[in-house]
Each structure stands twice: as structure tokens, then as C-alpha cells.
Design a protein around this ligand. Structure first.
Ligand code: FMN
Length: 231
């Protein structure tokens, strides 16, 4: 099983550490890849919408983004980690996610996404974990990933060393429970009713889509008919 950790900071703080703990419960170190933001991708979307209305290759940052995209495509499990910054994920994580708007189900999702699983990890000193995890989980859902697990915790600390042992223990337990589910579902990831329903709505809309690039893509894949990417 290949696991990719995308860290929403350059440093290996509490959030990255929890992501790494989860990854190591799933596979061996040689099967874990890591992307650090902004070290490995630090561009902001410039709003040209070329990726959406023309093609992903037309993004001015396409070449810089390509190595990250390749790692995402090759992974079975994506682990997105971000500390809470003012109630949300970090700006660099959001900037990366913005670059994949064209891959949302409302545009041109990649069929490999429908067989992956994801974990979103966040920590806060006090509050904001729920909204920061949602920032990342939204993209996972709209990319087509059918199962996304949430591993978030207010840790009452600003570094991992100061986190109380009982909090670390409860994080460990939650990571164990998520890892068990992922390992059980790997290879036959259940596609939820929510994903199926959203995909069906998109399928109807793409029969006469507003965006030619999307419409052609869906028709070519056979998704405006009965074919589905998870079958
Ligand atoms: C710019 C900034 C904004 C933050 N905003 C919040 C916040 O809204 N709520 C909160 O509880 N903690 C906030 N924190 C604290 C961090 O979320 C918390 O210490 C987190 O565990 C750090 O994770 P890390 O060790 O992975 O960097 C903020 C920290 C920084 C640097």
C-alpha cells in the first residue's frame, strides 16, 4: 500500500507527527512519500481559470505541480495534515488545494480517486480542528475519494513534547481505529451514497454542460451514461 503525507507546514510539528503515526500503521517506511508545503509547492492560484475551462496543462504552475500530482495519483491513501491557523487549514495547504479545482467532480475528476482513501489530520492549541479538517475533507470528497477519516485533536500545547501522555494515548487509539478500517477496506473501498448521488447529479448536468472541456471529458469516459469510475 502506498501512502502519501501532504503536510500543510514545512516543519515536523504535532500535526505532521500524528500524520506520520497514522501512515506507519498502514505500511512500511519505503512506501510512505511526503510532500511539505510550501517547500515542495508554494504557488498561489492566479485565478486565470485556464485549468477549468481549457486544460490542467494550461495552469501557469502546471510543471511545478506535476510532481505532487504524480505522487497523489500513485498513492492508495492520502494523509493531509494541517495545524489550525485562525480556525482553518494553513494558507499553503489551501493554496495547493486551489490548484486542483479542475479535478473536482463538478469538472474532471480522475477515476483513480474513487479507489483511494484519505485521512485529514489537524491539531489546535484549543479550537478550530473541525473547520480545518473540513477544509481538507471537502477537497477529498469532491476529488471523488469515497472514504475520508478525520483525525483531529485540540492538544492544549504548541509542540508535541508538551502534549500530555493521556492526549497522546487517545490520539494513538483513534489512529489505530482508522488504520484498521483503511486496511480492511483497501482494494474494495466502499463508495458512499453521498458520492454516488453527487456523481449522478454531475452526470446529468454534464449531458449539456456549461463547460465544453468538462462535457467532452465526461462523455468520453462514458459517465454521462451508465458507466461509473468505481466499477
Ligand atoms: C498563525 C497561527 C494561528 C493559529 N490559530 C489557532 C487557532 O485558531 N486555534 C487554536 O486553537 N490554535 C491556533 N494556533 C495554534 C496551533 O494550531 C497549534 O499549536 C497546533 O497544534 C500547531 O501544530 P504544529 O505543531 O503541527 O505546527 C495557531 C498557531 C499559529 C502559528
Amino acid at each position: 500500500m502506498k501512502v502519501l503525507i501532504i503536510s500543510g507546514t514545512n516543519h515536523k510539528g504535532s500535526t505532521y507527527t500524528i500524520g506520520r503515526i497514522a501512515a506507519e500503521k498502514l505500511t512500511s517506511a519505503e512506501n510512505i512519500s511526503e510532500v511539505f508545503l510550501p517547500r515542495d509547492f508554494g504557488e498561489f492560484c492566479c485565478g486565470c481559470t485556464s485549468c477549468i475551462v481549457k486544460s490542467a496543462e494550461k495552469c501557469p504552475h502546471y510543471a511545478k505541480l506535476a510532481p505532487v500530482t504524480e505522487l497523489i495519483d500513485a498513492a492508495d491513501v492520502l494523509i493531509l495534515t494541517s495545524p489550525v491557523y485562525v480556525y482553518h487549514c494553513t494558507g499553503q495547504m489551501k493554496a495547493l488545494l486551489d490548484h486542483y479545482a479542475w479535478r473536482w467532480m463538478s469538472h474532471r475528476p480522475d477515476e483513480r480517486m474513487f479507489r483511494k482513501q484519505a485521512v485529514v489530520v489537524s491539531t489546535a492549541a484549543g479550537a478550530g480542528v473541525k473547520s480545518a479538517m473540513k477544509d481538507m475533507a471537502d477537497s477529498c470528497f469532491f476529488w471523488g475519494i469515497p472514504q475520508t477519516y478525520r483525525l483531529g485533536r485540540a492538544i492544549a500545547a504548541v509542540d508535541w513534547q508538551s502534549v500530555k501522555p493521556e492526549i497522546k494515548e487517545s490520539i494513538e487509539k483513534k489512529a489505530d481505529s482508522i488504520a484498521r478500517k483503511i486496511l480492511k477496506r483497501q482494494g474494495k473501498v466502499p463508495v458512499t451514497l453521498k458520492t454516488r448521488a453527487f456523481f449522478m447529479i454531475m452526470s446529468l448536468m454534464q449531458r449539456n454542460g456549461w463547460n465544453k472541456a468538462d462535457e467532452e471529458y465526461w462523455k468520453e469516459k462514458g459517465w454521462t451514461g451508465k458507466r461509473r469510475p468505481w466499477k
